[in-house]
Design a protein around this ligand. Structure first.
Ligand SMILES: Cc1ncc(C[n+]2csc(CCOP(=O)(O)OP(=O)(O)O)c2C)c(N)n1
Length: 559
């Protein structure tokens, strides 16, 4: 039966339908909230129409990587798969970095790409390359529907289930117009089943023994601990042990920064070493080694590893390992856990010393640009939010500004701070902020970005203004790729190798239909923040920052 995409869904359930409708049904059953993308002329348009008829809106991005970053963020925040849609050839090529982010940041995303009809391949290779091969290293599984197939809905459902299986990650479905328009007799039947496995008794016994013999355990929460059940169970374990908990960047808020047991951020570097050196057992909870900076593991204490799946990298052989659903394993560990020897004062002393190591202690060198300190940019933003009762999520880009951003932004819940950490790609914060504001329009979002990262994603300012999302974009403007500048050492580099004439971002934002503000002093920034937080729609604040504190910060962090 041909579908016009306007009929009531119930009427379609029992009748023949199309491949696109079957895929849309699989998306809906999996709980996909939106499709982000830049369409082509093949299956894309059928999918957009079929998904809209199923109540899944399409969000038009300006660049495919940004679309996938949005889909990945939506997936992280909802706990359901995300979906992105691109055209074949250049569309898929452009999407590759977003897919790499979804892969290394463990986000379940279905990438729907226009495919190449078999008949066409016989006489044309315009825009053709082996799309599945190109994305093979960064996708868990790839499927093609070239000819019409009854199985297309089931294929989409299976891909979505694979994306959600641990470790989570992206999957690819190439779909030709013939497959999206072909008549399909039945829709995929079910949604996603999420199994909650009980921890392995033998492994649990070992883990309990290691934990019981420890007097000073330290818990490190990673990206998998952001799951709400896992987070609640982790907090109970930490409170039962009365021990400090560290969080990775992606797990900010799993234990709130303001919690008395919060011990700091874990990156795998030097800044957190003092507290972990005191540990006689380290409990890694959902911490994926992709989150750690590439330095050898520093600690002698036995590791108890809780993860959704065995790790791909042998950073350290754990003394005990529990793989599967985190919450029951955490609950089982908490049972009979004895209180540690840590004191609240001892933990607070470590936390404060960690903050001091990263604080903006180094004065700007002579000749500095006299802009704001990056730490002040974060602290003023949070103070302004508290003053007006705003509670935005924040998205942080890759670059030197990420160190003060992740240290000084106080998170209270998982998902309060979004970041690309496994891939650490620039151009993340703006699309992630848009997706966060769409996910939760009441909270909205602030995207903190370096000027280099923002220039990579600039077109998404137009996406933000077209959508009218509640988003504040704060640019750390220093006209330099500062994180790379720190690494140049004594090399003589040609003029312009690491920087550019300072961009006027407020003007760009205004030209794209949003409110653009400029801050060169703390007073101007305070005023701009007040205006931005009162606005319903997107606002950009271009802040002149002084990069003088970055070298000391990175040295303190990484050692
Ligand atoms: C897509 C991408 N390209 C390059 C890099 C390498 N890189 C990491 S940080 C950085 C500089 C970022 O500059 P900017 O956005 O201005 O932020 P800042 O370091 O000045 O805070 C570069 C080039 C990256 N992480 N991602």
């Amino acid at each position: 039966m041909p579908q016009d995409g306007t009929g009531p869904w119930d009427a379609m359930e029992s009748t023949a339908t199309t491949g696109a409708v079957a895929v849309a049904a699989a998306l809906a059953a999996a709980g996909v909230a939106r499709i982000f993308g830049v369409p082509g002329g093949g299956s894309s348009l059928d999918l957009i129409a079929a998904a809209a008829a199923r109540g899944i809106p399409f969000v038009l991005a300006r660049h495919e990587t940004a679309a996938v970053l949005m889909a990945a963020t939506a997936a992280e925040l909802s706990g359901r798969p995300g979906a992105a849609l691109v055209t074949r050839g250049p569309g898929l090529g452009n999407a590759a970095n977003g897919v790499a982010h979804a892969s290394l940041d463990r986000a379940p995303v279905l990438l729907l790409a226009d495919g190449f009809p078999g008949a066409e391949r016989a006489f044309a290779n315009h825009q053709w390359f082996d799309q599945a091969a190109m994305l093979a290293p960064v996708t868990k599984v790839r499927a093609q529907a070239v000819e019409p197939t009854q199985a297309v809905g089931a294929i989409a459902a299976a891909l979505l289930a694979t994306a959600m299986a641990a470790p989570r990650g992206p999957v690819l479905l190439e779909l030709t117009a013939a497959a999206s328009r072909g008549v399909v007799a039945a829709l995929p039947a079910t949604g996603l089943a999420v199994a909650g496995a009980a921890p392995d008794p033998a492994a649990l016994a070992v883990a309990r023994r290691v934990l019981r013999s420890a007097r000073r355990p330290v818990v490190v929460a990673g990206l998998e601990a952001t799951d709400s059940d896992a987070c609640a169970a982790l907090r109970r374990l930490v409170e039962a042990l009365g021990c400090p908990a560290l969080v990775t960047y992606k797990a900010k808020g799993v234990v709130p920064d303001a919690h008395p047991l919060f011990g700091g951020v874990f990156t795998g570097g030097a800044a957190e070493a003092p507290i972990l050196t005191e540990a006689d057992a380290i409990v890694l909870v959902g911490a994926d080694p992709v989150e750690f900076i590439p330095q050898p593991w520093r600690y002698a204490a036995p590791v108890i590893e809780l993860g959704t799946a065995p790790r791909m990298v042998a950073y350290r052989a754990p003394a005990a390992a529990l793989y599967g659903t985190l919450a029951p394993a955490l609950a089982a560990l908490a049972e009979g856990a004895r209180r540690s020897d840590w004191t609240a004062d001892g933990i607070a002393a470590h936390r404060n010393a960690w903050l001091d190591r990263l604080a903006n202690v180094s004065p700007s060198p002579p000749g500095g640009n006299r802009g704001l300190s990056p730490q002040a940019v974060m602290e003023q933003a949070q103070a302004a939010c508290r003053r007006v009762g705003a509670d935005p999520r924040v998205a942080v880009d890759a670059g030197a500004h990420m160190f003060p951003a992740t240290t000084f932004w106080q998170a209270a819940r998982p998902g309060d701070l979004l970041i690309s950490n496994g891939l650490a790609t620039m151009g993340f914060a703006l699309p992630a902020g848009i997706a966060a504001a769409l996910h939760d329009p009441v909270r909205g979002a602030i995207a903190f970005s370096g000027d280099g990262g923002l220039l990579m994603a600039l077109g998404e300012l137009a996406t933000a203004t077209a959508l009218g999302v509640k988003l504040v974009v704060v640019v750390f403007n220093d006209a330099t790729l500062s994180l790379i500048d720190i690494k140049k050492g004594g090399r003589e580099l040609p003029e312009g190798a690491l920087g550019w004439p300072m961009a006027e971002f407020a003007g760009v934002m205004r030209a794209l239909g949003g409110l653009g503000l400029t801050a060169r002093t703390e007073a101007q920034y305070a005023e701009a923040l007040e205006q931005a937080l009162a606005a319903g729609g997107p606002v950009l604040i271009d802040v002149l920052v002084d990069p003088g504190s970055y070298p000391a910060q990175i040295a303190a962090l990484r050692g």
